[in-house]
Each structure stands twice: as structure tokens, then as C-alpha cells.
Write a protein that binds this ligand. Structure first.
Ligand SMILES: Nc1ncnc2c1ncn2[C@@H]1O[C@H](COP(=O)(O)OP(=O)(O)O)[C@@H](O)[C@H]1O
Ligand SMILES: [Mg+2]
Length: 373
């Protein structure tokens, strides 16, 4: 696009503000808008080009007016597009976490990342069983740049690819996390991708390893060597039948087809999970091997019952780590468990507490609680 004078840009801005959804403008509307702003013919004539004219006295300004669609940026609707684009240069690396216990698909993920190939991986599994942490730690170990995007039903092209931002008084195109990951050859983690709506369909080509044309600037971005996409989700993209993941949407079959492999992650085995719980106890300086083992057996029984449809809730690895943290604060086993399962309905909560007291016959609910919960 030819650089337009500030006054001409201001007229375009005013037009798109006054007529937000309009693309075709009558010459007299353009003229009167310009004049109402104190401008003259030399300011609005550059808008009235032969290429823009759709019929006598009517001009299509869609190439000049940048409709503004996103809800995250601070620009008024209808700012005029500028072609300059920027990217935040900061590289993002995850830190190695000493509590992390490698297991399951972790070693495969490491191999995939090491291969440097474009090889999209879809990891599904129940919430809190370590999917996100596993990918983050694989990148941390390999010192590979890791860019995580948390997907929600509002996530759209502007959040993913980027959008216009007002920087130092200039409207510039700021590249989003996906373009940054492509250019840097980083691992892009699309976290909880099954919460997405079809607003993320702009990723389709990117998931094939193809360059992407950024519609808003006309720029083409090609994936650098080492770029790869890993997605996590609670469901396998077919929605959630039991209503547990109400935010989970049905992912377009064609979108899922783009992933080279899919991994279904279960909960860790009791011996692995005991290590995880103990590592968290070390982190929170509250070592209690017996409590660690009992917590894991308790969670294991609940999971088996859950798979047999005996209960509606499950205790995740994340929840066990939360119980450990609470234990480090309150120094009281039953209270810590109680607080961490308080969000479940009363019957479920009672049943889980009762089960714990059976697993750990040494725990005395009242004494251990000093009579308070
Ligand atoms: N392998 C592991 N080693 C250590 N801690 C783990 C491990 N897996 C899960 N956790 C704990 O559980 C929490 C939740 O894991 P996360 O990856 O966020 O779950 P998901 O993404 O599957 O919902 C982590 O923050 C961590 O505290
Ligand atoms: Mg996660």
C-alpha cells in the first residue's frame, strides 16, 4: 500500500469510525466527512482512485480501512493499517523443575523435539495428569524455546497470529505467539486446544508445516527449522459425553487430521506418582513418606472407582500436589485433604474423606483436626 498522508489516514479513520461495517462509500460522504474535519480536496482525493471505484461516484475502501476485530487491543475500531510489523524479540525458555519425574510419553516427546522435524503431536488425557508440565520439561531439558498459548473459546486469529497495536503513537502489526514460534523454530504448545472454537482455523495450514500469509499485512512467514506444534487437550476432540469438560468443543476432524501422532496420557503408576508426591514434599519442606504412599493409594482406588463409573470425580496428580502444599501450611492431613476436595459435592467429598480414613487407619479425623475443619 502506498504511504498515505496523515490527513488522508485521519479521514479514513473517521469514515470507518462513523460507518463501522461499511466498505463502499459515496464520494459525497467522503467529501463531507473530510470537510467536516477541516480538510480539502488534496487530502481526500488520494482516496478516490480509479482502482477503488466500483461505479460512478462510489468507492470501495476495504483495502484502505483496516477493520478492527479483536477485543484485546487498545485501538479504536477502524484504525488505518500500517504495514510495519514487529515481534517481541525476547526468547522464552522453560526452567528445569527439580520436582519433575519423567515417565510415560515424556521420552517420546524428547525424541520428537530432538529430531527437529515438523511432527505435530496431540496429547489427550484427564486434567491434572501432567500433560502441560511434561512438554514444558522436555523443552527445558533440551534448552529448546517453548511458547505456550492457552486456548479458550475466545482465542482467535488476532491472539494467535497477531494484530494491530498502538506503539509509541504508531499503529503497527505486532506478531503473535504463533508467528514468533514459527520464525524462531520454537515448540508451540497449544494448551487445552479442545476449548477452541472455529476461530482457530487460521492454524490449519500452519499445522501442515506450510508458510502462512498474514492477511492483515500481506507478509508471508515461513516456519524455521525446528518449529513444531504440540497440543494438549482433555478430550480426544470429540467433545465430552459425560459433561465433565463442558468447555470442550468438538474439534473439526480436518484439524485433528493434521496431527501426525496422538498420545493418550493416563495417570502415572502408583510408584511414579509416589515419587512425584515425595518431590513436592521436598519442595515444600514437609517430608512424610507414609503420607505420600497413602495419598497415592487413596487416589488410585478413587480412579479405579471412577473408571467403573462408581464416582463422578477423580483425584488428579495436580490435586495430590495441592494436598501436599496444604499439608505444609496446616500440618494436618485430614484438613489438607478436606480443603483440597471442598469443591466436590458433599456426598463425593464425604465418600473421599471416609475412604482416606480407611486407607490410613492411623489418621484420626477429629484429633488430627483439633476438632476444627
Ligand atoms: N511428572 C510429573 N512430575 C512432577 N510433578 C508433576 C508431574 N506431572 C504432574 N505434576 C504436577 O501436577 C501438576 C499438574 O500438571 P499439568 O501438566 O498442569 O496437568 P495437565 O496439563 O495434564 O492438566 C503440575 O503442575 C505438577 O505440580
Ligand atoms: Mg494443562
Amino acid at each position: 500500500m502506498k504511504e498515505l498522508k496523515i490527513s488522508t489516514q485521519k479521514i479514513l479513520e473517521e469514515l470507518s469510525k462513523n460507518y463501522p461495517d461499511q466498505k463502499h462509500f459515496r464520494k459525497n460522504v467522503i467529501e463531507s466527512t473530510a470537510k467536516s474535519m477541516g480538510y480539502t480536496g488534496k487530502d481526500f482525493y488520494p482516496i478516490l482512485t480509479k482502482e477503488n471505484r466500483v461505479k460512478i461516484g462510489t468507492y470501495d475502501l476495504s483495502a484502505l480501512i483496516q477493520p478492527y476485530e479483536s477485543n484485546v487491543v487498545d485501538l479504536p475500531k477502524g484504525s488505518v493499517a500500517k504495514m510495519q510489523s514487529i515481534v517481541n524479540e525476547e526468547k522464552t525458555f522453560a526452567k528445569v523443575d527439580p520436582t519433575f519425574v519423567p515417565w510415560g510419553a515424556y521420552h517420546d516427546i524428547v525424541k520428537v523435539i530432538k529430531s527437529n522435524m515438523f511432527y505435530p503431536v496431540y496429547i489427550s488425557g484427564l486434567s491434572g495428569n501432567g500433560k502441560t508440565f511434561m512438554v514444558e520439561q522436555a523443552c527445558a531439558k533440551l534448552n529448546k524455546e517453548f511458547i505456550r498459548v492457552q486456548i479458550n473459546p475466545e482465542t482467535d486469529e488476532d491472539d494467535l497470529l497477531g494484530g494491530f497495536r498502538l506503539i509509541d503513537g504508531e499503529t503497527v502489526f505486532s506478531k503473535g505467539p504463533v508467528l514468533k514460534a514459527m520464525e524462531n523454530g520454537a515448540i508451540l504448545l497449544l494448551d487445552e486446544v479442545d476449548r477452541a472454537t472455529n476461530k482457530i482455523m487460521c492454524l490449519q495450514g500452519i499445522l501442515e508445516g506450510k508458510p502462512v500469509v498474514v492477511k492483515k499485512t500481506g507478509e508471508t512467514i515461513s516456519p524455521a527449522n525446528g518449529f513444531n506444534v504440540i497440543a494438549t487437550a482433555n478430550t480426544k476432540g470429540k467433545g465430552s459425553e459425560d459433561g465433565r469438560f463442558t468447555a470442550a468443543s468438538i474439534i473439526d476432524e480436518a484439524f485433528l487430521e493434521r496431527f501426525t501422532i496422538a498420545v493418550d496420557q493416563k495417570f502415572p503408576s502408583p510408584s511414579i506418582e509416589t515419587k512425584i508426591v515425595k518431590n513436592h514434599m521436598d519442595k515444600f519442606d514437609t517430608k512424610d513418606d507414609d503420607f505420600a504412599e497413602k495419598l497415592v493409594s487413596w487416589a488410585d482406588i478413587i480412579r479405579k472407582t471412577f473408571y467403573d463409573d462408581g464416582v463422578d470425580e477423580v483425584i488428579s496428580t495436580r490435586r495430590l500436589c495441592h494436598i501436599v502444599q496444604s499439608f505444609s501450611i496446616f500440618g494436618n492431613k485430614m484438613k489438607s485433604i478436606d480443603l483440597c476436595i471442598a469443591r466436590f459435592d458433599d456426598d463425593t467429598k464425604e465418600a473421599f474423606l471416609d475412604l482416606y480414613s480407611k486407607v490410613d487407619s492411623g489418621v484420626n479425623f477429629d484429633e488430627d483436626n483439633n476438632g476444627e475443619i
